[in-house]
Design a protein around this ligand. Sequence first.
Ligand code: GDP
Length: 226
Amino acid sequence: MTQDSWSKFCAAWFSLCPARVSCIVYPVSTMIIKSAEFVKSAVKPDQYPAGDIPEVAFIGRSNVGKSSLINTLLNRKRLVKTSSTPGRTQLVNFFLINKAFSFVDLPGYGYAKAPKSVQKSWGPMIETYLATRSNLRGVVLIMDIRRTPGEQEHNLIDWLHYYNLAIIMILTKADKLSKSNRIKQHRVIGNTLAVDVDDLIVFSAKSGLGKEAVWKTIEQLPGFYT
Ligand code: GDP
């Protein structure tokens, strides 16, 4: 179903439904994954694939659950390899989805045991990608719901603002907290980052919580449907 026909369907439903139940306010995502394939890894722009389709990048601290999030969104078990040796590989990995848009798995940051040279090369590599990728529609920033964001997350958010990029913020591993702690952490992280809690999507790769909300937000990125 296209976005347009979905909107028409919602409008019709809304006018018919006596309780005015809001499928308009909370529509489910219409995304259906027909294909998802690894394209290539790159370390510098001349190795990136052609930037002729909308792109969404994923970034987060090492071991935060980035691979698990991408695999969950794409209904795949191991398209993106979950890391047994975090921080070792510093590659920008490109995936083609539905032959229509791409997902980019950016290297994780903050792994203390990574070699110094690897830690040092992270910033320039990410900044080069953010600064040069004109088809980039938004960046998904993944944070662990159990950890209060620190200097690295603040710097990263400043960077994304500097490059005028839309940010989708995800709090993952929600299943690891009780419901009350989840609500508390959601609020604490919102306050720390000075963002509305409605703009922080609570997610779990284990239970699938938040998957629809993530897709819906990706689909609403300006220019995602070109
Ligand atoms: P990455 O290094 O950021 O790509 O993180 P991974 O996706 O490889 O996940 C790191 C570890 O956290 C793995 O052991 C995952 O199974 C686990 N993990 C990731 N997401 C979740 C989640 O939502 N819930 C739980 N319980 N574990 C998760």
